[in-house]
Design a protein around this ligand. Structure first.
Ligand SMILES: Cc1cc2nc3c(=O)[nH]c(=O)nc-3n(C[C@H](O)[C@H](O)[C@H](O)COP(=O)(O)OP(=O)(O)OC[C@H]3O[C@@H](n4cnc5c(N)ncnc54)[C@H](O)[C@@H]3O)c2cc1C
Length: 406
């Protein structure tokens, strides 16, 4: 085994792995973060990341508590105060307003690269060790320590290996943890678009038979869109001319924002539902998309991952305070108990909504026509969206709670 030993190795430095690494390093754990691809920390002014996330209040608190939120606010971070959700024409509509919740906003729309950069830039002030690009090629599980084998450098000896390496997690595979994967027959087409009527700090989501169309405000006149549809249709939408795409998108949004115009590239991501059969085993923990992948319709993927990160920090601190070695199975199990049920419930609820609202089959059409259209389903939908946006309804990890007033 190598002489270089760390308490924790985190594989994957996306939003979730980077947040976990920063939090643990700030709390004096010795941490090494291994990232396969150095993320872009510099970009052309006026360019837009196709990947954006709706960040919940609980995630905002976590980023504030990590000390990176102020740096993010200096970038493009858009508070949205209203959200319109509607079904196919005639089935009703829900309108959410932050004012009704006595909240300043319903959350923030943030380009993923902005979050990643703020977290990575904060590493310098901690003792975190970063290896990037890193190529993991093996994992040996020992009684005390794990050995993480790397392609081009000596192996690392660590107490705990954390897989934060996304949906196709190599750590999950090396640890032989199975994951249930159910591909949706849908791809999410993402693009940045300009709206004739501006964005009015409002998010929009329309449920259609092939999948939901979400328009998330990112600047005065701009939206980032996620248009979930069949794989064939997604390819067509990505390949058609800009004028044809603009016309299709304007029609799909029922021109509620006036005409829509795409800016720059379009891309499509396959969508699936995935859940690891367990999050932990001796010396190994999974979190974020490595543990669970959810349909983007309620914009919850990274929010759930950041709750995982907060819960794992709580569990590791509890272990250290009780004198247990870092990554003791008892503490890993406490982390899994805190998160797995909630992630599973959120995932299944999203899945049910996807089927209920996005389905064109006759039984569902009948229930709608019997008066159980979107308007008849408003109360539970409203409660769910409010809870998710505000991060309410569960015992939040310490990092995800508002910071105590100074
Ligand atoms: C179209 C779309 C829209 C979405 N919108 C939202 C939204 O509005 N709100 C929301 O909360 N979520 C949203 N999501 C989900 C969200 O993007 C993911 O949940 C989130 O990115 C997961 O973060 P992560 O850090 O766990 O994984 P990832 O973002 O996948 O990061 C994993 C990191 O690990 C690295 N890596 C992978 N393999 C290795 C390896 N072997 N060794 C070292 N490093 C490795 C990768 O390079 C990457 O940096 C959306 C997803 C899609 C597809």
């Amino acid at each position: 085994m190598s002489d270089q030993r760390f308490d924790i190795a985190i594989v994957g430095g996306g939003m979730v792995g980077a947040a976990l690494g920063l939090a643990l390093a700030q709390r004096d754990f010795s941490v090494v973060l291994l990232e396969a691809r150095q993320p872009p920390l510099d970009w052309e002014p006026g360019s837009y990341d196709l990947r954006v996330s709706a960040i919940s209040r609980a995630s905002q608190h976590l980023l504030e508590n990590l000390g990176v939120w102020q740096a993010m606010l200096a970038e493009r971070v858009t508070a949205y105060r209203q959200m319109h959700v509607w079904d196919r024409a005639g089935f009703g509509e829900i309108h959410f307003d932050a004012a009704d919740l006595s909240e300043p906003d319903l959350g923030h729309i943030i380009e993923n690269r902005v979050t990643v950069r703020a977290l990575w830039e904060a590493f310098d002030a901690t003792g975190l060790t970063v290896i990037s690009p890193a190529k993991v090629c093996g994992l040996v599980i020992g009684d005390q320590d794990m050995e993480l084998q790397l392609a081009d450098r000596p192996p690392l000896r660590v107490g705990l290996v954390v897989g934060a390496d996304g949906a196709r997690s190599q750590v999950r595979q090396l640890a032989r943890i199975d994951a249930r994967n159910e591909p949706y027959d849908q791809h999410g087409v993402v693009a940045t678009v300009r709206a004739e009527r501006g964005n009015q700090a409002t998010a929009w989501q329309r449920f259609m038979p092939r999948g939901p169309l979400a328009l998330l405000p990112i600047e005065d006149e701009l939206f980032s869109i996620v248009w979930s549809t069949t794989p064939d249709e997604a390819t067509r939408l990505c390949e058609m001319s800009e004028p044809s795409f603009n016309a299709s998108l304007t029609q799909a949004s029922e021109a509620r924002l006036g005409a829509l115009f795409v800016l720059g590239k379009r891309a499509a991501f396959p969508l699936s539902l995935q859940h690891a059969e367990r999050y932990v085993q001796p010396g190994v923990a999974l979190l974020g998309d490595a543990a669970h992948v959810i349909h983007p319709l309620a914009g919850q993927g990274v929010n759930l991952g950041l709750l995982d990160a907060g819960a794992l920090v709580d569990a590791l601190i509890a272990g250290r305070e009780s004198g247990r070695p870092v990554g003791a199975l008892r503490d890993l199990r406490a982390y899994e108990r805190a998160r797995k049920g909630h992630n599973l419930a959120t995932q299944l609820t999203m899945d049910a909504f996807k089927h209920l609202f996005g389905n064109d089959n006759s039984v569902l059409s009948l229930t709608r026509n019997l008066g159980l259209g979107l308007s008849g389903r408003i109360a539970p939908v409203r409660r769910l969206f409010e809870r998710l946006a505000m991060g309410q309804g569960l015992e939040l990890p310490r990092l995800s709670r508002p910071a105590p007033p100074r």
